[in-house]
Structure formats: C-alpha cells, structure tokens
Design a protein around this ligand. Sequence first.
Ligand code: ADP
Length: 379
Amino acid sequence: MPHRTSLEAALKKLHTQERLTDEAQRIASIGTYIHDSVSDEGIWSRQLKRIFGLPDDDAPVATECFMGMIHPEDRSWFREAWIRAWRSAERSETEHRIVRTDGAVRHVHAWGQLLQQGDGEPAIMVGTVQDVTDRLVREKLIVDQAEQLRAMEAELLYLSRQSAMGTMASTLAHELNQPLTAITFYAAALKRGEQDQRRRDMLGTLEENALRAGEIIRRLRLSVETGVAKKERFRCDELVNEAITFSTIGCEGVAFELDLAGEEIYGADRVQIQQVLVNLIRNACQAVKTRSDGKVRIATSKVPAADFIRICISDNGAGIPEALLPRVFDSGVSTKESGMGLGLSISRTIVEAHGGRIWAENGAEGARFLFDLPLRTAH
Ligand code: ADP
C-alpha cells in the first residue's frame, strides 16, 4: 500500500494548500478567477464567490451571469473594458460596483491578464477581484471629516477676527482717548492765545481732527460692542465737502471736480459715512498725487426709481490692477508700501450695515468707486 499512502499524503497537502490560499484570500478580501473564451465561463475561487454573494461551491460561473451582477450604471463601460481586455496583451484594471445576490452594492477593484497557452490553444483570462468597499467608506469618512474641519477652521478664523476687531476697537478707544483729549484741550488753548491768523487756522484744524478721531473711535467701539450705529439726519453735499478737507492733508495739488445733489439722508451714522468718504477720497488723492494734472471727481445723484443716493468718486490715476479688482475690498489687500489694506474693507462693512452696497471699477482713465446708500436707513 505504499502507493496509496503517498497519494493520500499528496491529496492532504493539496487540500491544506487550498485551505491556506482560501484563508489568505478571505483575509485580504481578494478573489481569483480563470475565464475560458470557448465555454464562456469562469472558474472562480471561493472567496470571489463570497464577494458576489454566490454559493461558494465549485460550479463554473457563466460570463453573462456575472455581467448581470455588475451595477447597471457601470455595466456598459465595464462590458466594453472586458471585451478590450480579451484583445489586448496589457494587464487590464477597473474599479466598479457590483450588486450582490442579496442586493448589497459593493465596490470592487479588478485586474485581468490575458494568457496565451500553447499553439492552437484558446487564450484564457486570469485575474483578481478585491472588495474595496470598506476602504472607500473609510476614505470618504476621512474626506468628510477633513471638509468639516476646514469649515470649522474658517468659522473659527472668522470669529477670532470678529473678536480681535472688538478687542482692538475697545483697546484703541481706551488708550487713544486720553492723548486725543489732551491734544484737543491744548490746541484749543493755544488757538485762543494765538495772534497770527494762519497759525490759528492750523491749530483749529488740529483741534477738529483730534475731535473727529475721538468720535470715530467712540462710534467704532459702539457699533462693535452693540452692533448699533447712530441714526442721524444730514445733507450729503455738506458731508462730502467736510470729508474733502479731512482727506486732502498731504495731497494739496489735487484738483477737485464736484457735482453734488443736495439730498438729505435720514437714519444713517454721519461719522461712519464720512469715514467711508474720507477713505475713498484719500485713496483717490494718493492715486493721482504724482501727476501734475491729478484730478478727483465726486458726483452724487439720486438712483432713478429707488430711494437711494449714489456717490461716485473717480480719479485719473493708474487705475486698480485688474487682478486686484475682485478682492480689492478684502481686508489686508494693499499695494502701498505702508498700507494696511483696511480702508476699503471697513468702508464696505459700514455701507452694508446701512443697507447699501459698494463696488469698484476701472473707468476710461483711473479708478472709480461707487456706493449706494438708502436715503432712509432702517436699522
Ligand atoms: P490701503 O490704502 O491701506 O492700501 P485700502 O483698503 O484703502 O488700503 O485700499 C486697498 C488697495 O486698493 C490699495 O492698496 C490700492 O491698491 C487699491 N486702491 C484703492 N483705491 C484706489 C484708487 N483710487 N486707484 C487705484 N487703486 C486703488
């Protein structure tokens, strides 16, 4: 009986190897197949049958049977890839969905390689199929979490900016109040004792500016802390003229062209709107100050058919660089050597808080900044 014993041993070894291969395939969730073009069916490993939810027996699987289990949305391109793989010597690779016999949808990654057997023998396709559903679910989870984190980060950044603004405004208001009060007091005292008219005027301007700086800071603090601006009634043309005197210090050669309507604005914060005007006029003056024919034009007009006033400040400077236009109102955007890039961003906040809108464009020459304000602001 020695022959029988060695056969039994060989069979046992084969079974052990088969079991080990099956176990390895199960752990990696990878199944293998060999497809034959003549019978048009395949021999599938047990693990591959488990991936598809088929009984894990030795029965061959007809090509049409497994095509029917490809997800309907992937079936047509998969069938073309399958046909191409039979014509190519290259290894083919696909990632597609299958619908298991129990109805569950799984994602699989498949590789196939055509093997030419001996002369005259039909070719066979050998390959592996890996169930990658869990990996994809994990990947999606990570992507979702990363997106959530990014959204939270943006929110936090926004909130920290808001509170940083609040803290900054309160600190500034507190720290600057004392020196500004002192400047105002001494300027007023010196003005009273000054005989020279020119020097008295200069001291008067100093006093006015110090008072205005204090007022700007007080209102900024008020609106940051309470979100409420003052409701006042004022003439738009008067406000523009005042803003010009505050904005032109250091830009004396600039010519102004004014076309102002005498509209009254109700319910807006006068100091804040003046601040917007000062920011825009100062930018315009700075844009033209190196030109000998530097010109700034300010026009106000009622927006037809709406209860808004439109204020337009244009200059004949170099204009806004095209690449900067879409984000020129963002905070921190500046092309100036010592610029902070805050003026336009603050102006937009003020105009929008009043229910208006502000925008910028390049004209035939230079830049043009416009803003619309409701004639009656409802806070
Ligand atoms: P800053 O004046 O500190 O730079 P702003 O927010 O007031 O900050 O302006 C942002 C940028 O917008 C400026 O640095 C400049 O590049 C551009 N800008 C503003 N006004 C004009 C203008 N009238 N002409 C050309 N560029 C302008």
